[in-house]
Every structure is written in C-alpha cells, then in structure tokens.
Design a protein around this ligand. Sequence first.
Ligand SMILES: [Zn+2]
Ligand SMILES: [Zn+2]
Length: 392
Amino acid sequence: MRSQYTDTALSDTDLQTFVALRRQLHAAPELGAQTPHTAERVAAKLAQWGYQVHRGIGGHGLVGVLQKGQGSRRIGLRADMDALPMQEKNAFAHASQIPGRMHACGHDGHTAILLCAAYRLAKGADFNGTLNVIFQPDEEGLCGAKAMIDDGLFERFPCDAVFALHNMPGAPVGTAVVQAGPTMASSERVRLSITGKGGHGAIPELAIDPVPVVASLINAIQTIKSRNLGPEEYAVISIGMLQAGTVYNIIPDEASLLISVRTDTPQTQQKINQRLEQITRGHEQLFGVSIDVQITQLAPALINHAAETQWVRQSLSPLFAPGQLHSRGPKVMGTEDFAWMLNEVPGCYFMLGNGEGEFHGCSVHNPHYDFNDELIRLGADCWVKLVEDFLV
Ligand SMILES: [Zn+2]
Ligand SMILES: [Zn+2]
C-alpha cells in the first residue's frame, strides 16, 4: 500500500493557523441550518487551495471537490459545522462571543480538522481519484445531512465510500473507536393524541375522561422495554411531555403524550412501533377513546458498514500506539445524522479521544466543554491517511 503520509505532515506554523481558525469558529457559533458565515469561511479556504467549491447544497451545506490523477475512485469526508443553543460558561479568550450559542459538541473542531486535511491534501498529498469534502449544517437538529442528500448530494458528487469522525471527551488523545455495526441510535418522536369527551368534573359518567387513559398508557409503554425486548435489543423510551386539562373541575376532552424512542437497529425500532400501535388500539377499546399516533423519524440508527470499518481500522492503525485503536466503544444512545449518509453510501463513522480534564473531558453539550486543539493534528492525519489509502 503506497502512502505519502509522512510527506504531507503538518508544520507547527500551519498547525497554529488551524488552531486559530478553530478558536475563531468557537467564538462565533452558528445554529442549526443557519450557518452562512461558517460555510462562507470554509468555502473561501477551499477555493483558495484549488478546490472546486459548490455552495448552497441543502441550505448552507457545501462540497469541495479535488481531483488528482486519472483514478476513478471517489471518497467523501464529512464534517459538521453547527453549534448549540446554550450559554457557554467558560471564560477563556476564545469563548463564545454570542450569548445563548455555543460550540459544545466540538463541531468547530471537526470543521477545523477537515479543513486542515483538505489543505494538506491539496498542497502535498499524492492521490489518484476524486476527493469530496462535505461540510454540513444542522447536525444537532438531525436535518442537515438529509437536506443535503435530498438536494442531490450523492447524485452530484458520487462517492464510493463516505466517512465522518466525532471527538470523544474523556478518552485520551491518541485513542480511537472504530466500531462495525450499530454505533449510534435512531431517534423518533411519537405523539399520541387522545380524544375523549369533555365534561363537568362532578359528572364523570357523562364524559369520557382521557386522563386515566394517559396514566394507563404510561404504565403500558414502560413494559415495552422491560417485557417485549430481549437483552440484546437496545432501546430507550422516554415520555418527555404530557398535556391534559386546564383547571381542577373540568374533565378535558383531549390529552397528549410526546415520547422519545431510540434504538440501535431498524428491527428493534419497528418492533417498538408495532407495540406502540397495539397498546394504543387496546386502549381505544378499553376506554372508548380514539387515539391518533404520529411517528416522526428524526434519524435512523447509525450502522457502520463492516467492510469499510475493517478497512478504516487497517488504514489508521499505523497512526495509533498498540492497543489504542479500539473496535468497540461504550454503548451510547445518542443520535448522529451522518446515519442518513450511511443509508445511501457505505462507510464508517469513528471516534477520536478528545482528552481528559475539566474542559476536554466533560461531556459534550455541557457548558464547560471545549474541543481539544491537540486533536487537530491527529484528526487531519487520519483523513489524509484514509484518502491516500483509498484513492490509489
Ligand atoms: Zn451534539
Ligand atoms: Zn456532535
């Protein structure tokens, strides 16, 4: 396997440029689908380095294309650009300048890593084929990847494989998890709307009260995980909202529940949805109400493709000390919308340790979190290595 990896190694001066860029992104976070300034900053850099830049894909998504040689292989590398609607509680110089917005998931770092790799791949690396660097907005809202796909991402920029990475707080820099199969959870929002018959609180016999139906539904839904799923079927079912009534002496005519369902395979998700449907129909009969079920799929489970995962592990292993590249990580039921891309194109999503301590070790989405700039070099090393090994 040929690799020009060492020839493209980053100088300390260049690294400092990308550290500074990461900190600028951190100080000026943008939310959800609205990432125009971040996207423009990324686009300008890519154009400067000779990439063909395609803006406005699924909103503020963009793709930079760089071709070298005559090779027909095509690779996609994806970074997310969006921040979170929360107040940063860090006092360092690069802390968010915008109240109520914070890069608390490290997407500033993911963007800097991919830009750093894009720079090196343009300047020094030798590869033979087409590199597509994909920068997406709205990962946190789980809509950015889908919006880009719906806007023709993979028709316009075909990829034989697509890859993404996420930082992993609490694990030392220099460790990685490259895991085949189910890696992140699906997420769906279920709304149950119960319609009974309202009335006076003193005359329940003339009403059909939806409130006891809600109470019974809550208990029944809790049995799905405990009684219907086996030990290998991972799921989280949380009832996050219930609504009924206005005052103490009116029997409301309606009630509703909002439920979060997460699973690690489509099969488990389907099983839960079937049970929700059965429980609902049973409650209609039992209580004489009607219940409308609305299931909204926010993102599918992220399932890494076996062959591409095995390949990533092989390609990256020279970059990690023995025993530091793990093939299995802790079970997480968080969701990652790169799953939509893996439903279209084979690939792998892997994780790199973000370090330990107060800022780098605390959980993502915590007001004290910070991406670890030490990870920029290793993250970019990973991208450069994968591209050089894939586009041969
Ligand atoms: Zn996040
Ligand atoms: Zn994230």
